[in-house]
Design a protein around this ligand. Structure first.
Ligand code: ZN
Length: 258
């Protein structure tokens, strides 16, 4: 096989990093390292009721084109490394609630988004992240507990308050089959204002049969202003290990110099 066929394979299976474009893995070591820096995502104006949210890295530099390539340009193979990054963010929560099953609840795409992309990219991330977590012994599974109610309109150009109003009533929850001890973690690709995660987590929290455990959130990346790095001094032991790089093998990305 060669010539045009090989060229076609190269087109179908791009052999360049989705972040920086260098030939090689779908996400190179350096770019993957940018998503091995778990941090608390805190938008400039934290929406009231926003769930505690951990991001694997900052939505900046090569991380942006990597996420865009996965989300908008059909590079579905990036679900692997981006899902691993999401797993790391979820793990920061999971180590604080050991021994409890973790359900990764993807933020559902809008109907327009599904139509345009032909796939549910956040669900793909949730599936990949849950597999990563199970591989290191965390009882985790993707769970489609949220659906779109279809009443939302495009949020481009809206203020944070307007976005929040727009999102009210966006989601419906199906939590009847959720085990009482399960930890619910809403997952998404990127957090910016926190409005979507807040709306999603609020619907889930209200629908929980026990209402006990808070709903948490995790994302691949957070817009970099303003975020607070999860510092080693602010976390308990196991969590500190997760943040400092002493993570289980499947979750540890290559460390990058700060
Ligand atoms: Zn790269």
């Amino acid at each position: 096989m060669g010539g045009p066929v090989a060229s076609l394979v190269d087109l179908v299976l791009p052999r360049t990093c989705g972040g920086c474009g260098v030939p090689g893995p779908v996400l190179c070591r350096r770019c993957a390292g940018l998503l091995a820096r778990p941090r608390e995502a805190t938008p400039r104006r934290v929406p009231w009721g926003m769930p505690p949210t951990v991001a694997a890295g900052a939505y900046a530099g090569p991380v942006r084109p990597a996420v865009v390539a996965f989300k908008e340009r059909g590079r579905a193979e990036l679900a692997g490394p981006l899902g691993a990054a999401l797993a790391l963010a979820v793990a920061v929560h999971a180590v604080l609630l050991p021994g409890r099953p973790v359900l990764l609840v993807p933020v559902p795409s809008s109907r327009a988004g599904l139509r345009a992309r032909g796939r549910d990219h956040v669900r793909e991330l949730a599936v990949a992240a849950a597999a990563e977590l199970r591989a290191v012994g965390v009882e985790a599974a993707p769970a489609r507990l949220l659906a779109r109610s279809g009443r939302v309109r495009d949020s481009a150009g809206l203020s944070v308050a307007q976005r929040r109003a727009n999102l009210a009533g966006t989601f419906a929850a199906r939590t009847a089959a959720v085990p009482p001890r399960a930890v619910l973690v809403v997952v998404d690709d990127v957090v910016t204002s926190g409005a979507t995660l807040t709306a999603a987590a609020g619907v889930l929290a209200r629908a929980r049969p026990d209402g006990g455990t808070p709903v948490l959130a995790a994302v691949v990346a957070a817009t970099p202003r303003p975020v607070h790095r999860v510092g080693a001094g602010t976390l308990p032991g196991r969590c500190r290990d997760a943040a400092s790089g002493a993570r289980p093998d499947r979750l540890s990305g290559p460390r990058d110099s700060d």
